[in-house]
Design a binder for this molecule. Structure first.
Ligand code: PEP
Ligand code: MN
Length: 331
């Protein structure tokens, strides 16, 4: 149950009520308590202290449409997604920052295409220790340079708790990678941050587990969480993962969080990305994350799935009418 306390309730008393109800206390303009979802009725002696109480059937609580009916609005620079906007935010860039020349080409390409958010990883969650692990802090500094020089916003990923503070400091949107979705150290630290977080779905996670991971961030006091479906593991091996569009329909129906889709990691091969991207935009989503690279074949990570700049430009042009057909605007 989510309980908003009246502002006449002092913090000390709120703490006491939180203890009584085994609730997490979120102190903002209002004090909000989130109890385990098995509490379905407000104890009678508390009714005079409460301005609003919402019981939800399971631990999708703060993210639930039952709590907040409209998709949460999140502002990135001069762009808003969710809320009453019908914007679909375009995000592109290479899998990894490799060197200044490469990331500058990517930044210039974003500007040329009118894409406002540049993506690239500096701490790569690679499956093998012998693969390129990312440039680390040096990469973050290159991204910050591109932000200053080209007026772009930056999204880059956190792989583990050792560098979460650096990523929070340098980036505009914190990306939590699929493999880090269950890392409670990262989730809790991002709950304290005051920057939007894009949480990727673990490829072996149910939708319930995915949204509950988002609840760790929300209940830590960070309201700005975006969900990202990037493909789940199924029995199929011809594609890298399987993009769960049914799951996207569920998230849109049941949660109040903006949803961004990543068809690049789902497909794993550039040939499938444009068609999938069009299907994603047709779902009516808040954003689309696509990997692109000046020379994909030479990429240091995820070479097979990145679009070259001509392919991305062609895709973007074709997406405009798809967005329009579902009442959306690409931004
Ligand atoms: C990425 O965005 O480059 C990435 C590693 O994604 P994921 O966490 O979805 O595998
Ligand atoms: Mn990648």
């Amino acid at each position: 149950m989510i309980i908003h306390l009246k502002n006449t309730v002092a913090e000390e008393e709120a703490q006491r009520i939180a203890e009584e109800l085994q609730a997490i206390l979120i102190a903002k303009e209002e004090i909000v308590l989130v109890t385990p979802s098995k509490l379905q009725e407000l104890p009678a002696h508390l009714t005079s202290k409460v301005s609003k109480a919402v019981a939800v059937p399971n631990d999708i609580q703060l993210a639930s449409k039952l709590y907040m009916n409209e998709t949460r609005s999140i502002t990135i620079g001069d762009t808003t997604i969710g809320g009453s906007s019908n914007n679909t935010l375009m995000i592109t860039g290479p899998c990894s920052v490799e060197n200044e020349e490469q990331i500058e080409k990517a930044a210039k390409f974003c500007v040329e295409q009118g894409v406002k958010v540049l993506r690239a990883g500096c701490y790569k969650p690679r499956t093998s220790p012998y693969s390129f692990q990312g440039l680390g802090l040096q990469g973050l500094k290159l991204l910050a340079k591109m932000r200053d020089k080209y007026g772009l916003k930056i999204i880059t990923e956190v792989r583990d708790a050792s560098h979460v503070d650096d990523v929070i400091e340098y980036t505009d949107i914190i990306q939590i990678g699929a493999k880090a979705m269950y890392d409670h150290g990262i989730l809790r630290r991002c709950g304290e941050a005051r920057k939007p977080v894009l949480l990727k779905r673990g490829f072996g996670s149910t939708l319930q587990e995915f949204v509950q991971a988002a609840e760790f961030i929300l209940s830590g006091g960070n309201d700005e969480v975006i969900l990202c479906e990037r493909g789940i593991r199924t029995f199929e091996t011809n594609t890298r993962f399987t993009l769960d569009l049914c799951g996207v329909a569920f998230l849109k129906e049941k949660t109040n969080l903006p949803v961004i889709l990543d068809p690049s990691h789902a497909m794993g091969y550039a040939y499938g990305v444009p068609d999938l991207a069009r299907a994603c935009v047709a779902m009516g989503i808040e954003g689309l994350l696509i990997e692109s690279h000046p020379t994909p074949k030479e990429a240091w990570s995820d070479a097979a799935q990145q679009l070259n700049f001509d392919e991305y430009a062609e895709l973007l042009a074709s997406l405009k009418s798809v967005a329009q057909a579902v009442g959306r605007k690409l931004v």
